[in-house]
Design a protein around this ligand. Structure first.
Ligand code: ATP
Ligand code: MG
Length: 572
């Protein structure tokens, strides 16, 4: 491609909306353009990178027997009502009506649609196992679209769905997809970790997230060097402190004026925060109870995922309670709520509190706390479970070594769905004896556009993007220093044609621009190799520079061509 003809507009300034490197560089390199918040278009270079990633995904999926289809983004509400997710999915779902007032959504994911296809067409065990996938546009009206392609409202996902006759079959399908994902992300040049994940709104029995390591990632990964435990922090279970051997003391109400926080009351009573109980109060929608109180040790943080999982409600059905309103109905008192005396509210207690002794909790009375509060003797719960958020240094749930925490970008996730959709939507097959069984399903997603952003996040420097060869929009760029010098132009053309005929994707920077501008653009758009044709062209000498090298090196034109071909062959 001749750059004089290419549709490319690079930006010198950092766009004000962009906060993180991938967003900044993708905009500056003219790869993407924003239409509205969370909605982006791809310009020629960006489209090429997307094609490369999609090709890698297709190759890895196809080689494991998955078959590509393409379903529509528009989905009828009826299918979601059948599975029960029309309500459960919440406000992220982009809902619309047709002219006859019939409900539809723009698909945030496609479990229902694939299940529907398969239930209508698969009847016998002979048609299983089956793995269907698509690379398609998804819509999620995210609460906080941000970071460009990272969390957008329209994005491209590869989603695959496996259909097996039994659980062993699912285990095998799952493992194949897991292996495919490892290869996809390796080929994309990502440093990543596969970690155990929560199954969230999709439901099911087992899951892993693939997280590209990055300080800007929104996923928190907990891992252990003592063993191979690795999980998202939403998922990681916590180890409770051992049961206390202290004898129970008599419970007492004490005057603690103005001590509305854990820190206040701990310092007022001169006790450690580990000797206090923290209350978190919520209002819930569309269930038979209205209020929820969660109690944890004062030094702990609540893990919201664990809370909604324990309640078996979607996250959008719960919000922090208005304390005054809740107080009238339950006896809660802002800043002084404790488990003793609270009524008409579902009470969840973190498992650690069961073995703790003589704690201090709010007395449900203004300016008062209770001391020597003990589980069972003084209060009980509707649910006792692990509600805590794990922190760096906490004991590993597997081997008890202190855990570490890293941040990652969730680029893919694999789920064992089991029979969640096949039961609710009646996707059954008949076995050899003509007996009916629900199909055992799995689902597997890769955020294709988010992967593109994650690659930039891991491969950039002060000058721009450094695309790994496998996903680069072009493998090389031949830069003519002076386009009015026929010798330089002639040699550059020869190199350009030579590379093209060897199947190398190459740009020719034949623009009438200063060399500095050309070099800056080549670095900004991240082309892996630059061949510069300048003053030494008359002697057949060019400069060869890998995007990762500090300095360029002299080569003969033939050597430069051969070296670039060899580099490209490494990824073929
Ligand atoms: P997140 O927790 O980041 O919201 P998710 O767990 O809801 O993502 P999945 O339903 O597992 O996402 O979707 C599969 C993949 O699609 C994710 O692993 C991610 O790479 C990608 N993805 C999800 N939401 C977005 C988004 N808003 N923008 C870009 N990619 C996304
Ligand atoms: Mg996910």
């Amino acid at each position: 491609m001749r750059m004089s003809k290419m549709y490319l507009k690079t930006l010198r300034e950092v766009p004000s909306e962009a906060e993180i490197p991938s967003h900044i560089w993708l905009l500056r390199a003219g790869m993407i353009r924003k239409l509205v918040s969370g909605v982006y278009g791809f310009m020629p270079l960006g489209r090429r990178v997307l094609n490369k990633i999609e090709t890698i995904v297709r190759e890895e999926m196809d080689s494991r027997g998955a078959q590509e289809i393409l379903m529509s983004a528009i989905q009828p509400a009826e299918l979601w009502q059948e599975s029960g997710r029309w309500y459960a999915y919440g406000p992220e779902m982009w809902r619309l009506k047709d002219r006859n007032d019939r409900d539809f959504c723009l698909g945030p994911t496609h479990e229902e649609i694939f299940t529907d296809i398969v239930r209508n067409e698969v009847d016998s065990y002979r048609q299983l196992p089956l793995n269907l996938y698509q690379i398609q546009t998804k819509y999620r009206d995210e609460k906080r679209p941000r970071f460009g392609l990272m969390r957008s409202r329209e994005f491209i996902m590869k989603d695959a769905y496996s259909f097996d006759r039994d659980w062993e079959g699912l285990d095998q399908s799952y493992q194949e997809m897991y292996d495919a994902y490892v290869r996809v992300f390796e080929r994309c040049g990502l440093k990543f970790r596969a970690v155990e994940a929560d199954t969230g709104a999709i439901g099911g029995s087992g899951s892993h997230e693939f997280c590209a390591l990055s300080e800007y990632g929104e996923s928190e990964i907990v891992y252990c060097d003592g063993c191979d435990m690795a999980a998202t922090s939403e998922r990681a279970s916590c180890v409770d402190d051992p049961e206390s051997s202290e004898p129970m003391e008599a419970i007492e109400t004490v005057f603690t004026p103005g001590t509305k926080t854990i820190a206040d009351v701990a310092s007022y009573l001169k006790i450690p925060e580990t000797k206090t109980i923290k209350a978190l109060l919520f209002k819930v929608h569309d269930v038979e109870y209205k209020y929820v109180a969660a109690f944890l040790r004062g030094d702990r943080e609540l893990n919201m995922t664990k809370l909604v999982n324990a309640l078996n409600i979607p996250e959008h059905a719960i919000e922090f309670a208005d304390e005054e309103e809740m107080g009238n109905e339950t006896g809660a008192v802002g800043g002084f709520t404790g488990p003793v005396g609270l009524h008409d509210c579902k009470i969840l207690v973190d498992s650690e509190l069961v073995g703790a002794r003589n704690l201090c909790a709010g007395a449900c009375r203004v300016d008062h706390h209770m001391v020597n509060v003990n589980y069972q003797r003084d209060y009980t719960a509707d649910i006792v479970t692990d509600l805590k958020q794990i922190k760096a240094g906490d004991p590993c749930p597997v081997c008890c070594e202190p855990v570490k925490i890293a941040r990652g970008i969730e680029v893919g996730q694999v789920f064992k769905l089991g029979t969640k959709y096949s039961e609710s939507m009646h996707a059954y097959y008949k076995d050899e004896k003509m007996l009916e069984h629900p199909i055992i399903m799995g689902c597997y997603g890769i955020g294709v556009t988010r992967t593109l952003a994650a690659i930039v996040e891991q491969h950039n420097d002060k000058d721009g993007i450094r695309w790994p060869m496998a996903v680069a929009p072009y493998h090389g760029i031949v830069t003519i220093v002076n386009t009015s010098d026929p010798v330089q132009v002639g040699l550059a053309e020869t190199i350009y044609q030579g590379l093209k005929s060897a199947g190398i994707e190459v740009l020719l920077d034949d623009r009438d621009e200063r060399p500095g501008v050309k070099f800056k653009d080549a670095d900004l758009i991240g082309i892996p190799v630059r061949v510069t044709v300048g003053k030494q062209a008359a002697n057949g000498i060019v400069e060869f520079k890998h995007r990762n090298w500090e300095k360029s090196e002299d080569r003969t034109a033939d050597q430069a061509v051969a070296e670039l071909i060899a580099l490209v062959n490494e990824i073929r």
